[in-house]
Design a protein around this ligand. Structure first.
Ligand code: GN1
Ligand code: MG
Length: 363
């Protein structure tokens, strides 16, 4: 959605304490529109929530506020060797946590974490460990929040069998234009559909328990302090909701261990890097060992494989549906993204034994 500079200014003014110097597009999100607003002496993040995806944006805001306040309180007696910050909700001059503009669009503002940056891919092993450490810290900080206190703002999110159903529905309603790439995706999904229930089955049989999860802990949602190079914040809290922490661990690893990134067009060379996996998991377990059960460890490999496959399935379904969910810059964009995730899934599958032994050795 393109917004005129004047209307953006008017929206940002609802939240701004002081005069606005500059507003610029910010980040590379696939769903919401994000801007960095610069004032005389400070900055904040302004976002338009995509209400086609987040149907109850008010609940998203309540979840975020609840969660960030909790983290803020917990940090006062939480031992950390570094600064740790959480984006805070900025209220409008009318004391609302969002603003609806004249076109009915939903806007919110969050504090900007100073002196930090994020990367789309992992830069080195230290960075890998910091990414894992950040996710572990985030999970620890919210581990005492009862999941039922937060609303499920995106029903079906990360429930792979539901994505499979959607895929089958879209496929049955679409005339698919065949190509070698499309045929590859169709077969890739067909060959894995009976296994795609693995985490949900484990949840229903009580082997994995419902907890609070971040929902989207990819590499660029973890900020690194520009001076110390240590992780300083986990951002993008839109999908914090009840779920399995396995979705988070799997998502963090599928994002972090793909050194060429999810937007590459080199889908045939994409690879899951075991060294980065070891680094991320080591960082994660430094903080999170205490709350992982034996059963949790048993499902870690499946989680890595499943979330990667699931994202490929989501991209491919959206390609078939005409690119209605993820933002795209060219018609085959979601097809290319699906091929990348399927290539990564294949690489994970071919390294199953070594990934399982990395997990075993770190326990
Ligand atoms: C979406 O919008 P963004 O980039 O934060 C998506 C995630 C995917 C991710 C892939 C609500 O996140 O699930 O993993 O793209 N978010 C939603 O880059 O669907
Ligand atoms: Mg996100």
């Amino acid at each position: 959605m393109t917004q005129s500079q004047d209307s953006l200014n008017a929206i940002a003014n609802q939240f701004a304490q002081g005069s606005i110097k500059n507003i610029q597009p910010f980040g590379s999100g696939n769903i919401n529109d994000t801007f960095l607003v610069t004032l005389e002496a400070s900055q904040f993040v302004l976002q338009r929530i995509n209400t086609q995806v987040f149907r109850q944006p008010e609940h998203v805001m309540k979840n975020i506020y609840f969660c960030t306040q909790h983290i803020h309180d917990r940090l006062s007696n939480f031992k950390l060797d570094r600064r740790w910050e959480t984006p805070q909700v900025i209220f409008t001059h009318e004391n609302q946590d969002h603003h609806i503009d004249e076109n009915g669009l939903f806007w919110r503002a969050l504090s900007f974490i100073k002196n930090s940056r994020s990367h789309d891919t992992i830069q080195n092993l230290d960075h890998a460990e910091e990414i894992g450490y950040a996710l572990g810290t985030f999970h620890s900080l919210i581990s005492d929040l009862p999941p039922e206190r937060l609303t499920d703002t995106l029903e079906g999110f990360h429930i792979t069998p539901i994505y499979l159903q959607q895929y089958k529905r879209v496929l049955s309603e679409t005339t698919v234009k065949p190509s070698p790439e499309v045929n590859y995706c169709l077969k890739f999904i067909r060959d894995r559909q009976s296994w795609a229930h693995v985490l949900e089955n484990a949840k229903h049989s009580g082997k994995l328990s419902l907890r609070l999860m971040h929902g989207d802990p990819k590499v660029n949602n973890i900020l690194i302090d520009s001076a110390t190079e240590k992780a300083v914040s986990v951002i993008d809290l839109d999908t914090v909701k009840p779920g399995l922490i396995h979705y988070d661990i799997g998502d963090c690893l599928r994002s972090g261990c793909n050194a060429i990134g999810e937007e590459t067009e080199q889908w045939e060379t994409v690879r899951f890097e075991p060294d980065l996996c070891e680094g991320i998991l080591r960082g994660y377990l430094t903080v999170a060992k205490a709350f992982l059960t034996d059963s949790d460890y048993l499902y870690l490999f499946d989680a890595i494989r499943l979330i990667t496959f699931e994202l490929g399935l989501r991209f491919f379904t959206d390609y078939l549906a005409g690119n209605i969910y993820f933002k795209t810059t060219y018609p085959e964009h979601n097809l290319m993204r699906a091929l990348v995730q399927f290539g990564l899934t294949k690489s994970i599958e071919s390294q199953e034994l070594s990934i399982r032994s990395i997990i075993e050795d770190l326990r």
